[in-house]
Write a protein that binds this ligand. Structure first.
Ligand SMILES: Nc1ncnc2c1ncn2[C@@H]1O[C@H](COP(=O)(O)OP(=O)(O)OP(=O)(O)O)[C@@H](O)[C@H]1O
Length: 250
């Protein structure tokens, strides 16, 4: 079943059009990868899925993004709630300058949870879900900045999970990490997809091929091809996809 349904989406930065007539349905509890050369619009499109582009001046969007059947650009939509439903993890791990515990408890506290044992439980469950609990359970009060880059990224995933989202958007979440930390995050995403819908922008085609169920190939603001990952990598329909995945450009 699809959880995200994008219809005829165009996006403009001022007069410059960056996305052209995007139509795409994203399956629930799956991993979808967005690939394509630098500047093709992957991050811009990812940001349209939880209205992160609202924060950028001069952005105009037409078309529809339905999440669970609701148009998220409808004036009645509560954007705070939307971002609780659709979490985001960025390229550079960006923990707050707070303790490990307070990073994970931040979102639940923002949403009004103050009970200590409830927060303890959320923090523990989120860190377990992000495969970080065993490494940090004895140092929860220590600053998050003391963790390694890979641990910080898993902490950011725990922080996103702590508000109980349905969807996780990830913009090149492993590009700043070493191969071992990258492998840990990939393994984690495989586990998380049984409970969450994951959309990931990646420059790493092997990564897309390894972990995603569906792959969308973007070029110059257009969605060229979207299909099962095995089809995109083994038998793409479009010559441009074939040229990109075989390294002829990009
Ligand atoms: N805030 C912005 N203001 C104006 N133009 C922008 C802005 N962000 C992106 N663009 C332009 O939109 C186009 C798509 O950029 P975007 O960053 O979405 O591509 P991308 O595929 O994610 O690239 P990369 O892989 O390098 O991150 C580019 O031409 C870029 O210059």
């Amino acid at each position: 079943m699809s959880i995200i349904d994008v219809k005829n989406l165009d996006l403009f930065y001022g007069k410059q059009q960056a996305l052209f007539q995007i139509n795409l349905e994203i399956e629930e509890k799956s991993i979808t990868a967005f690939i394509g050369p630098s500047g093709c619009g992957k991050s811009t499109f990812l940001r349209t899925l939880n209205r992160m582009n609202d924060m950028i001046a001069n952005v105009e969007i037409t078309g529809e993004v339905l999440v669970d059947g609701v148009d998220i650009y409808d004036a009645k939509v509560d954007v705070e709630r939307l971002r609780k439903q659709i979490g985001m993890v960025f390229q550079q791990p960006n923990p707050f300058p707070k303790s490990i515990y307070d990073n994970v408890a931040f979102g639940p506290r923002m949403h009004g949870i103050t009970n200590r044992s409830t927060l303890d439980e959320i923090v523990e469950n989120s860190l377990k879900a992000a495969a970080l609990w065993e490494e940090v359970k004895d140092v929860l009060k220590k600053p998050a900045q003391g963790l390694s880059g890979g641990q910080q990224q898993r902490l950011c995933i725990a922080r996103a999970l702590a508000v109980n989202p349905q969807i996780l958007l990830m913009d090149e979440p492993t590009s700043a990490l070493d191969p071992i930390s990258t492998a840990k995050i990939e393994e984690l995403l495989e586990e998380l997809k049984s409970s969450y819908t994951i959309v990931i922008v990646t420059h790493n085609m092997q990564q897309a091929a390894r972990i995603s169920d569906k792959t969308a190939f973007f070029l110059s603001g257009e969605l060229v091809e979207y299909d099962d990952t095995s089809v995109i990598f083994q038998n793409p329909a479009d010559q441009r996809t074939e040229d990109y995945i075989t390294g002829r450009f990009g």
